[in-house]
Ligand binder design. Structure first.
Ligand code: C2E
Ligand code: CA
Ligand code: CA
Ligand code: CA
Length: 275
C-alpha cells in the first residue's frame, strides 16, 4: 500500500495541481465523478477467427478529471479497490455497458460485452443482487473477466457467486491467464467459459519460440477442457497468423483495434467486415 501511495504521489503532485488532498481527495471525488459524467467506457474489439469478424468487446473504464486530466485505470481501479469504491464503479460500468449493448443492437450489431470484475466483488452480496437484477431486467449478454489471484483469496463464497452469475447467463473468463502462480489449481476449481492468455506471453511470441510454445500449449489445454481461448496483446500480423495456425479462437490487441468510445466502435462495425 505504501508503494502505491508513493507512486500515486509521483504521478499527481498535490502542489502542482493545487490539490492539498492529493489522492485522498481524488478518491473522495470518485463518487461525484461517476455522477458528473467524468467517467466513460472505451471498447476494445475482440476478433473471432472463425466468424472472421468482431463478435465481442472489452469495456475499459476511463476517467477524465477536469483538472488532472486522464487518470490511469490501474491507478483509480487500485485505489477504488482499497477504499471500498470498486462496487459503485463496477456497477456504473455494467449499467453503461448494458445501455451501449442495446445501442449496438439497434445499429444491427450483436456484440458480447466483457467487463472486468475485481475478485473481492465476488463475495459482495449487494453487488450480486444489483447486477443480477440489471441483467435479468435487460436480458444483456455479459462476460465477466476475473483475475486469478483475486478469486483464490476467498474461493468458497466466490465460487458460489460465480455459479449464480453463470445461471443468469453470464460467461466467465479467466483474465491474465498464465501470469499467476497456481494456474492449474485455479482451472480445476473455476467453472470458466474462456481463458484469456496474458499479453506478456502473446506480445513476445513473434520473437520468442518459448513464448510461442507456451501460448500453443495453453490453447491446447483450454480446448482440452472445452474452453474458448482469447489472446490479448496482439500487436503484429505475425502474431495474428501464428495464433490462427494454433487454432486460437479470439484475438484482442492494438493490431485489431485500440480501446475507443462507442461511436467509434459503431463506425468500425459499420465498415467493411474482418480486420
Ligand atoms: P486488463 O483487463 O488486462 O485490460 C487490458 C489492458 O491492456 C488495457 O489497458 C488495454 O488498453 C491494454 N491493451 C490492449 N491491447 C493491447 C496491446 O496490444 N498491447 C498493449 N501493450 N496493451 C494492450 P487499460 O485500459 O489501461 O486497463 C488496465 C487495467 O485496468 C485492465 O487490465 C484492468 O485490469 C483494469 N480495468 C480497466 N477498466 C476496469 C474496470 O472497469 N473495472 C476493473 N475492475 N478493472 C478495470
Ligand atoms: Ca480484462
Ligand atoms: Ca488482461
Ligand atoms: Ca491486467
Amino acid at each position: 500500500q505504501a508503494r502505491r501511495t508513493r507512486r500515486s504521489a509521483a504521478l499527481f503532485n498535490p502542489s502542482e495541481y493545487g490539490d492539498p488532498g492529493g489522492n485522498l481527495s481524488l478518491i473522495s471525488e470518485l463518487m461525484a465523478a461517476l455522477r458528473n459524467g467524468e467517467f466513460s467506457l472505451a471498447y476494445q474489439p475482440k476478433y473471432d477467427f472463425r466468424a472472421e469478424g468482431i463478435t465481442g468487446v472489452e469495456a475499459l473504464a476511463r476517467w477524465t478529471h477536469p483538472r488532472r486530466g486522464v487518470v490511469p485505470p490501474d491507478l483509480f481501479v487500485g485505489m477504488a479497490e482499497e477504499t471500498g469504491h470498486i462496487r459503485p464503479l463496477t456497477e456504473w460500468v455494467i449499467r453503461r455497458a448494458i445501455v451501449d449493448q442495446r445501442a449496438l443492437a439497434a445499429a444491427g450489431h450483436d456484440i458480447l460485452m466483457s467487463v472486468n470484475i475485481s475478485g473481492r466483488l465476488l463475495t459482495d452480496e449487494t453487488f450480486a443482487e444489483e447486477v443480477l437484477a440489471a441483467i435479468t431486467e435487460s436480458g444483456a449478454r455479459l462476460c465477466f473477466e476475473i483475475t486469478e489471484t483475486a478469486v483464490m483469496d476467498n474461493s468458497e463464497r466466490a465460487l458460489a457467486m460465480i455459479g449464480r452469475f453463470k445461471d443468469a447467463g453470464v460467461c466467465v473468463s479467466l483474465d491474465d491467464y498464465g501470469s499467476g502462480l497456481s494456474s492449474l489449481a485455479y482451472l480445476k476449481r473455476i467453472p470458466a467459459d474462456e481463458l484469456k492468455i496474458d499479453k506478456a506471453f502473446v506480445m513476445g511470441m513473434d520473437k520468442s519460440s518459448r513464448d510461442a510454445l507456451l501460448v500453443k500449449s495453453t490453447i491446447d489445454l483450454a480446448h482440452g477442457l472445452g474452453l474458448r481461448i482469447t489472446a490479448e496483446g496482439v500487436e503484429s500480423p505475425t502474431t495474428l497468423a501464428l495464433l490462427r495456425g494454433m487454432g486460437c479462437d479470439m484475438a484482442q490487441g492494438f493490431l485489431i483495434g485500440r480501446p475507443k468510445p462507442l461511436h467509434a466502435l459503431i463506425e468500425r462495425l459499420n465498415g467493411p467486415a474482418g480486420l
